[in-house]
Design a protein around this ligand. Structure first.
Ligand code: ATP
Ligand code: MG
Ligand code: MG
Length: 404
């Protein structure tokens, strides 16, 4: 991908925007871009520099993302809405072409990392509530104040706030001699933020523990996320590359498979409620460590059909009117509203699953299910809005319990 029209190759110490930003280390990458930790010499702060591939379709996509990000930052001057902020944007010419660059506020690890570091055990419900409150604050802002649908909400696209400066001693120029250079990149590597550090220690201990268990040294597994205690879990919604204005939806097929709403599969038209569906899938995953729906194609049925079957097994039958109301309904359902190729469903419920499989206490399971179930309504317009969810007692219970 590092060729004409593709990614721009960056070396540590490279400068951008006439020397204003200095690349420190790579933070991540995606289909469209590479993202770098950069030092802003004008404000003496760290930023995330997203450097888009240079082919025309990527330039176009960047323009769209910048338009959305600009609306987000313009209407949130106090930076309190839990959506990533755009600091600046510019173009950068390199050997592979002209690259759109977005300068974003620097954030920490994604909550997908959090789930992984926690060995897919699920976070405790106090933390789940904190994260849910942030995501809902962000969604309420996007939906109600801006009219934007995110369309790709998932744990990977929720980033924790970075708590400390990555390094007090930024790299200011490209270190040329090899020795100096490896030293400089080491510095960048060492400079992980506090949460990352704690999580990594935890992961290390967990690995050591598993090894010890395998040797038969220890019996029971320790409580999963004790070492995450005391960390304030604030986070922000990122990756607005697929976001759209609700009054001009772009794509037909939106959302990452596992977080996709039924109306998208059925093609019955979509709006803000698709984000609410993905939000509920994300909340479930945070609390259990496992994806809510992980459909697979099978013999005689497609991935879409498996997905619809899994939804019905957990949430109840899709009302006939909804099942047969989409452009693609005929591919999946007969005229009675029954799946054509998957006949026998094993019905359960969220609260039963939480107790039986994930060993939740009855009350915790019931209360969490009461929060999730209305969001998983098959009728999109019956789903509560982000604003309504924010008022749900389940989100405010934690504070009361902690104080008491
Ligand atoms: P995708 O294929 O997911 O659309 P993309 O090219 O649009 O990818 P992003 O998802 O925006 O790129 O960013 C890629 C990765 O860079 C993220 O998964 C994350 O690890 C990291 N990243 C993005 N923005 C930031 C930020 N503001 N602060 C820290 N890291 C970030
Ligand atoms: Mg992404
Ligand atoms: Mg993107």
């Amino acid at each position: 991908s590092y060729r004409k029209g593709g990614y721009h190759a960056v070396r540590i110490g490279d400068s951008f925007a006439s020397g204003r930003f200095i690349a420190q280390r790579k933070l991540g990458w995606g289909q469209f871009s590479t993202v770098w930790l950069a030092y802003d010499t004008q404000t003496s702060k760290y930023v995330a520099l997203k450097i888009q591939k240079s082919a025309p379709e990527f330039v176009q996509a960047a323009l769209h993302e910048i338009e959305i990000l600009s609306a987000i930052v313009e209407n949130d001057p106090k930076n309190e809405k839990c959506v990533v902020q755009l600091v600046d944007h510019f173009k950068h010419r390199g050997p592979n072409g002209q690259h759109s660059c977005m300068v974003l506020e620097f954030l920490g690890d994604s909550i997908l990392h959090l789930i992984r570091y926690n060995r897919y055990k699920g976070l405790n419900l106090i933390k789940v509530r904190e994260i849910c409150r942030c995501i809902l604050t962000g969604l309420d802002y996007l939906h109600r104040e801006l009219g934007i649908i995110h369309t790709d909400l998932k744990p990977e696209n929720i980033l924790l706030l970075s708590t400390i400066n990555p390094s007090k001693d930024p790299i200011r120029s490209r270190p040329t001699p090899i020795l100096e250079r490896s030293e400089a990149s080491l510095k960048g590597e060492v400079a992980v933020n506090a949460i990352e550090k704690k999580l990594k220690q935890r992961a290390k201990r967990a690995v050591a523990k598993i090894a010890a268990e395998r040797r038969g040294a220890i019996g029971a597994v320790a409580k999963p996320d004790r070492c995450l205690d005391g960390i304030d879990f604030r986070c922000k919604i990122v990756d607005l590359g697929n976001a759209c204005w609700a009054n001009k939806p772009i794509a037909e097929e939106i959302q990452t498979r596992q977080y996709r709403a039924p109306e998208v599969i059925l093609q019955s038209g979509y709006s803000f409620p698709v984000d609410m569906w993905s939000f509920a899938c994300t909340a479930f995953e945070l609390a259990t460590g496992e994806m809510m729906f992980a459909p697979k194609p099978g013999q005689g049925f497609s991935e879409d059909e498996d997905h619809l079957a899994l939804m019905m097994e957990l949430l109840g039958k899709i009302p006939r009117k909804i099942a047969i109301g989409g452009l693609r309904s005929k591919d999946y359902f007969d005229r009675h509203g029954d799946l054509k190729r998957i006949r026998r469903l094993k019905y359960s419920s969220i609260s039963r699953l939480l107790v039986d499989k994930f060993k939740f206490q009855e009350t915790d399971a019931r209360e969490f299910a009461e929060f999730l179930n209305p969001i998983f309504d098959f009728a999109p317009d019956k789903r509560p809005t982000a604003q309504q969810c924010l008022r749900h007692p389940w989100l405010h219970q934690a504070a009361a319990k902690t104080v008491a």
